[in-house]
Unconditional design. Structure first.
Length: 276
């Protein structure tokens, strides 16, 4: 009788153990199945490389990160608004504000800019800014946000004077053009490819790099007090700004692994948030 009782107790214990194991396995399966997928669009291959550098760390927190490259910022922003993307990494706050105003958007930055690319003044004809002469042709970006940045940059270098109290500058706000420079508005991406037709051009280092030039070869870079305003942010819809995944993504992209990609790609022509 005693032996039968012991046997029954052993069988019961084994049954409980098996149920417990089964429950644990189910919990593990459920956790795996519940991993949240975040669809993130990078604005160019460099930004994709930066995201991939931190992808493992982000996914270790329980997410699946799907990365794509969408170089058209309007299409990328539309993707967030329409729900085919959770976030993008392509733009600065000024551009995003302009998009929201023109498209009834509600995009916001998750946090501080991850990095800011400096704007440079490049030339194949002169070696320093002091070599600029009367009436020389200088290419500046055509789009309103980057045109404004370029004009502020030229003012910081003492080449023009702008009207005070303006949020976004155009050539109409130039009060003084000391050398009567011919400021020609062009698509920003095309400036490196037609640099031989200009005396100088203002554009971003990534455009120079993609055109085969050294991005660090600028005659000058705009100062930090201007550059920081144009840092590249992680953009999401307003409803997702305070989600845990958005905070975790911001944190991962602010780490040193991301900074290493910036340094390797841009050298001194861009500054990561860890160095602000």
């Amino acid at each position: 009788m005693k032996n039968k009782l012991v046997a029954l107790l052993c069988i019961a214990a084994m049954s409980v153990s098996m149920v417990a194991c089964g429950t644990t396995e189910k919990k593990e399966e459920a956790t795996t199945e519940e991993k949240q997928t975040i669809r993130l669009a990078a604005g160019d291959p460099m930004k994709e490389e930066l995201i991939n550098a931190i992808k493992g760390d982000f996914e270790d927190k329980g997410y699946t990160l799907e990365v794509s490259v969408i170089e058209d910022p309007v299409a990328s922003n539309n993707g967030i608004m329409e729900g085919s993307l959770e976030a993008n990494f392509i733009q600065h706050n000024a551009y995003m504000t302009n998009y929201n105003e023109n498209n009834d958007g509600d995009l916001v930055a998750v946090g501080d800019a991850i990095y800011y690319p400096c704007m440079g003044i490049y030339s194949n004809k002169i070696e320093k800014l002091d070599d600029l002469q009367e009436g020389m042709k200088v290419g500046i970006p055509r789009d309103p946000t980057n045109r404004s940045r370029a004009l502020r940059f030229l003012e910081a270098e003492g080449l023009i004077k702008l009207k005070e109290g303006v949020e976004e500058y155009s050539k109409l706000e130039i009060e003084e053009n000391k050398l009567n420079l011919d400021l020609t508005e062009l698509d920003s991406e095309s400036i490196p490819t037609i640099l031989d037709d200009l005396d100088a051009g203002l554009c971003y280092p990534i455009a120079m790099k993609e055109a085969g030039f050294d991005p660090e070869s600028a005659l000058a870079f705009d100062p930090p007090e201007i550059g920081k305003e144009y840092g590249i942010v992680i953009a999401v819809s307003a409803k997702n700004k305070d989600t845990q995944w958005a905070k975790d993504l911001q944190e991962a992209m602010s780490e040193e692994k991301a900074n290493k990609v910036i340094i390797d790609y841009f050298g001194k022509s861009a500054v990561h948030v860890s160095e602000y």
